[in-house]
Ligand binder design. Structure first.
Ligand code: DAH
Length: 338
């Protein structure tokens, strides 16, 4: 055996065995097997040997090359495995530690009741319509038979914008907007935010209403009663008695306010119903001929009913909430209860 081959073999196997990092191992590969490495250098020296020695020398160098390659590759596997182990050790997860909690949002009680009410009306054949929250005096008042200087404008505590527009005080303007765009018969609801300059335990400057509207060729007050009673029974999940009291709204004639049997005390009499057994819950009536006239509909041919429900009010009754301000304070302890 050629002494230089033997020396190289011993030296390489010692150094490879001693390598402790992948970078160090790569340097050894370059030193021994790289283009300018010791093994190719040995191969170069082949040409200076006598012819008869060449085959054996060449074979031995090739064997050496194979041995070093396999030592390198084994060592590489070994080092890679220990790098991986270290990494696993470092990044070990302690699955017994408590995890990080995800805080899940919940639907706001107002939206919950609103969605429920919308679903009930959809089931009764009403479509859902929308209108803008910034309205003109025309849609909010005039077209609804509330002319300029009419005392009924006072009841609405209107918030005006510097432009002369206003924040809609009720969802009723959607009646006009839909009738302008579509052809009768109509049966739709409009749900959304309304605004008034008013705030105390039962009033908020922004609140929600659902407007109902049905106009057809033969519609009576009995239809209105039937729809409202069905709605209330489904919403409160129990049989609700109603009481229709004569009232006044400029956009309906006749007009009524609807009381329901007190859901807090089952009409026995309590603080909420002020011991009357009744709770006022919505306004309604038969659509005023003037309202139909504002969209050029002949009131001899078309009649119908309309109603407006305050969502905060029914949500307070449904869940026994005493102060409307709780809805808008965003206290998670309150909101998480629903
Ligand atoms: N717009 C009325 C209000 O906000 C509620 C109302 C009453 C709506 C009677 C109606 C109705 O459609 O017929 O006070």
């Amino acid at each position: 055996m050629n002494p230089s081959i033997e020396t190289l073999r011993e030296e390489a196997s010692k150094k490879i065995a001693a390598a402790s990092a992948l970078e160090e191992l790569e340097q050894l590969r370059i030193d021994y097997l790289g283009k300018k490495g010791s093994v190719p250098a040995l191969m170069q020296s082949l040409k200076d040997l006598p012819n008869e020695e060449k085959p054996l020398f060449g074979k031995s160098v090739n064997e050496l090359k194979g041995e070093i390659s396999s030592l390198l590759s084994d060592k590489k596997d070994e080092l890679s495995a220990s790098v991986l182990n270290e990494k696993l050790q470092d990044e070990k997860l302690d699955i017994t530690l408590p995890g990080s909690r995800y805080l899940l949002g919940k639907k706001h009680p107002i939206n919950k009741v609103m969605d429920e009410a919308i679903e009930i009306f959809k089931g009764l054949g009403f479509s859902l319509e929308e209108g803008p929250e910034i309205e003109s005096e025309y849609y909010n008042f005039e077209a609804l038979n509330i002319p300029d200087n009419h005392p009924a404008r006072d009841m609405q505590d209107t918030l005006y914008l510097p432009t002369g527009s206003l924040l809609r005080t009720h969802t009723s303007p959607v009646q006009i907007r839909v009738m302008e765009k579509q052809k009768p018969p109509f049966s739709f609801i409009a749900a959304g935010k309304v605004y008034r300059h008013d705030a105390d335990v039962t009033h908020s400057p922004m609140f929600h209403q659902i407007e109902g509207f049905l106009v057809d060729q033969k519609t009576t007050f009995a239809d209105l009663k039937g729809i409202l009673e069905t709605f209330l029974n489904q919403l409160f999940h129990k049989k609700i008695s109603t009481r229709f009291r004569p009232s006044f709204f400029p956009f309906t004639e006749p007009s009524a306010e609807v009381d329901i049997s007190c859901v807090m005390c089952d009409a026995k009499g309590c603080r909420v119903c002020q011991n009357t057994g009744w709770l006022e819950i919505l306004g309604c009536g038969m659509v005023h001929p003037e309202v139909l006239k504002s969209v050029n509909l002949d009131s001899e041919e078309w009649q119908g009913f309309a109603f407006g429900v305050g969502i905060e009010r029914i949500t307070m009754l449904k869940y026994g909430i005493a102060d409307i301000r709780l809805f808008f304070e965003n206290d998670a302890r309150f909101l998480n209860q629903f």
